[in-house]
Design a protein around this ligand. Structure first.
Ligand code: R5P
Length: 299
């Protein structure tokens, strides 16, 4: 039987160097560095600086922005490891790019996540693990084994280590309620969600300001992705107006596009915390042990 201890090498994809190292440490595997650069015309170059022949290899490479570059690097690493006669190839892609393009809303639109799945499989992955993917349904597109795990228990653990006063956990929209629930249960806290609406044409977001009992309490807003920051900023300003003592913001994927952090802080949040699914200066929570654990299920 194949076991996690048979995974002997972790390739440190350029988008997930720190996570890859933590994962290698957790698995007791060897880290294999990857050299990467862009050619003057901006084509991607990667080189695996280590021996993978006959090894069972984990390729850690997230595909957060710039998605296309990170995606091509992932494909290059998979295909090269195959060429170099690696045995098993386990793709760890904590942020799966294009997973929000999973439906044809208007005729003629590309369902790009479908293309991504085909490419990852064609490049040689035997299995794939991702984290807090936009919709679980995407996993059904894979012919190889594919698994989605949640970072929320690691986020819950982070907040358990802070001494919060009567914490109250919020989902900034109905879709995030299950995530908020996981964090809240870990803290033995109350939880609730806000109603959010997005204008399909302009992308503008409106959040309904319901009354919540947050006066002088520490609050946490959790979501899967922070992109422009508008979703979280709306929720934070509601909590601020209702007298929350503090507002922590946490997410799995801190994409944090330019201006997002400033928008969230201006809305009244005290701190933004993300995981290492996306390498960023707020990535204080690691998903390495959650991923290592998930690999047991996927082998
Ligand atoms: C949407 O359904 C997601 O869960 C996030 O709430 C959303 O992607 C966040 O985007 P933004 O930061 O641009 O509001």
């Amino acid at each position: 039987v194949f076991e996690v201890s048979d995974l002997t090498k972790v390739l440190l994809g350029p988008a997930s160097i720190e996570l890859g190292k933590r994962l290698a440490e957790t698995l007791g595997a060897e880290s294999v560095p990857v050299e990467s650069k862009s050619f003057p015309d901006s084509e991607s170059y990667v080189r695996i600086s280590g021996d993978v022949s006959g090894e069972n290899v984990v390729i850690a490479q997230s595909t957060y922005p710039p998605q296309d570059r990170h995606l091509v690097q992932l494909l290059q690493l998979l295909d090269t490891a195959r060429d170099l006669e690696a045995s098993k190839l386990v793709a760890v892609v904590p942020y799966l790019a294009y997973s929000r393009q999973d439906k044809r809303f208007r005729s003629g639109e590309a369902v790009t996540v479908k293309t991504v799945v085909k490419l990852v499989e064609a490049a040689g992955a035997d299995s794939l693990t991702t984290v807090d993917v936009h919709s679980d349904k995407i996993l059904e597109l894979f012919k190889i084994k594919a698994l989605n795990v949640s970072a929320m228990s690691a986020i819950g653990e982070y907040f358990s280590s802070l001494r919060l006063r009567e914490p109250y956990v919020f989902a900034p929209d109905a879709g995030a309620l299950d995530r908020a629930k996981i964090v809240a249960e870990q803290l033995d806290a109350e939880y609730a969600f806000f109603q959010k609406q997005r204008d399909r044409t302009t992308g503008a977001i409106k959040t309904e300001a319901k009354d919540v009992r947050v006066k002088d309490r520490d609050t946490i807003i959790v979501d899967d992705i922070i992109s422009t920051g508008s979703t979280i900023a709306n929720a934070a300003s509601i909590l601020r107006r209702q007298g929350a003592r503090s507002i922590y913001v946490a997410c799995t994927h801190p994409l944090l596009l330019p201006g997002a952090k400033e928008k969230i802080i201006a809305a009244g949040a005290n701190e933004i915390i993300g995981t290492d699914c996306v390498a960023s200066d707020v990535s204080r929570v690691s998903v390495a042990s959650i991923i290592a654990e998930s690999l047991r299920k996927i082998l």
